[in-house]
Each structure stands twice: as C-alpha cells, then as structure tokens.
Ligand binder design. Structure first.
Ligand code: F6R
Length: 239
C-alpha cells in the first residue's frame, strides 16, 4: 500500500484529487467508483473546482457508487443519490452515474444487475473508499466471513450510531443497505482510500500494523496490488 500523509484534510483532498486528475488524463472514459460520507466532500469540491477551471473534465467518465441505504427513496434528502447530486453530480458532468436503487422490491436482483453493469463497462478503473471507525469499507461490516458480490447488508449498531448524525429528528434511519461486496471492490484496478480526522487514528493504525485482522474489512486491501492511502496528520497520528 502506498501511503501519502498530508498536513491537513484540505491538503489530503488535494492529493486525492491529483489521483483522480491523473486517472482521467490517462483515460478520459474511466470508470470511477465513488463514496459518500463526510470524508470525500472536500475532494468533490476540489474536483468540481478543477473542472470549472478547465483542467480536465469527466464528460466521458462513468461512475458507480459504493452503496445506498435500503429501503431508501432516491429523492429522500438522506439517500446517497441525493448526497452525490448535492456534492458532485450537480457540479460535474459525467457520461453516466449509477447509484444502487434503494426503492426496488427485489434488492438481490438490483445487486446482481449492478455488478453486471460494472462488468459490462469493463470494470472499475479507480475506486474511492473511506473507512468506518469499525474498519468497514463500503458497508462491508466486520464479520467472520465476507460476501464478495454486491449485497443487502444488515448494518451494525456502530455504523447506525456513527451515521445517525446525518438524520434529523423524525427521519427514519434504515438499518440495512445495498453495498458493493469486497469482491466487487477488489476487482477495481486501482483503489484510493482517503482517511482524515483523529477519530480514525486507531483504525488507521490497525491498517498499517502489518497484520491482516480478519475483523477489519479494510485490512483485505492489504492484499490488493494497487492501493493508495491518502491521510491527514490527525488520522496518521499513531503511525
Ligand atoms: C460511504 C461508505 C462508507 C464511508 C465510511 C466513512 O459510501 O461506503 O464506508 O466511507 O463510513 O464515512 P465518513 O467519511 O463519514 O467518516
């Protein structure tokens, strides 16, 4: 794993944007895997700003998002579709943007369709990830066994608690989600893991301990041939 430690979350977002810029300049029709959560917001701002400066554009690129709550209406303010519209898709033009559909009656069919769509476009070139405090990637939660393909997952209490900050009073927070499985994530040719903030320092240390902790899904990335981890100083505090 390649590690880039930056002085601030802002500089980490710049370093992550450099990876996207390099990717899109090398292959204009790249297939990009995207993430939600607090961590990538600064990166998405930076990508939008670089596009508006005319440094590059994403007009031939396609995107696939890691996950979506289930059940969840796409136009609900808490959906990951709404998140992506707000932070990126409203500012940057992509050829196509696919987010798992949390409204379907058959979630398993939706997951299978999603994986075959990724395969049909030749696979993901660059997959962006964040990490949960419990080590999850996407919504692949710590377990003794891991589902490879995109699947319907029961969220852990930790994750529900961590994400409750996004839900206002009276808003129902789902306890399930559709997520890329670790196999789908692993098929990406290149992975960019962005980690910021002191609250991630403990889980970050586990990632760099030189041990594959089986209850830390992110540790599976240790086996992937092309992973870049971009961190800020706070997240890298114990390294
Ligand atoms: C988001 C996702 C999650 C987040 C993780 C960190 O699509 O799949 O794995 O990356 O929960 O979230 P933040 O960035 O909010 O700390």
């Amino acid at each position: 794993m390649k590690k880039i430690v930056c002085d601030s979350p802002f500089l980490a977002a710049q370093a992550a944007a450099d990876v996207f810029e390099e990717q899109i300049k090398a292959k204009s029709n790249s297939v990009l895997g995207l993430a939600t959560g607090s961590t990538p917001i600064e990166l998405y701002n930076e990508l939008a700003s670089r596009c508006s400066q005319g440094r590059f554009d994403f007009s031939q690129a396609q995107t696939f998002n890691l996950d979506e709550y289930y059940p969840m209406k796409a136009d609900n303010a808490q959906s990951y579709r709404s998140f992506m519209n707000k932070h990126l898709f409203s500012k940057v033009n992509f050829a196509n943007s696919r987010v798992l559909n949390g409204e379907v009656s058959d979630p398993h069919a939706e997951c299978a369709k999603f994986d075959s769509e990724i395969e049909a476009v030749g696979g993901i070139d660059l997959q962006l990830l964040g990490i949960g405090h419990n080590g999850h990637i996407g919504f692949c939660e710590p377990s003794t066994s891991y589902t490879l393909d995109t699947y319907l997952v029961d969220l852990t209490d930790d994750t529900i608690e961590a994400n409750s900050r996004f839900f206002g009073e009276g808003e129902t927070q789902p306890n399930q989600a559709l997520t890329m499985g670790v196999g789908t994530i692993f098929k990406a040719r290149k992975i960019l893991l962005l980690i910021t903030g002191e609250s991630k320092a403990d889980i970050t240390k586990k990632l760099f301990d030189g041990v594959l902790y089986t209850d830390v899904p992110a540790c599976l990335l240790l086996l992937h041939p092309d992973v870049t981890v971009v961190l800020d100083k706070a997240a890298a505090k114990h390294l």
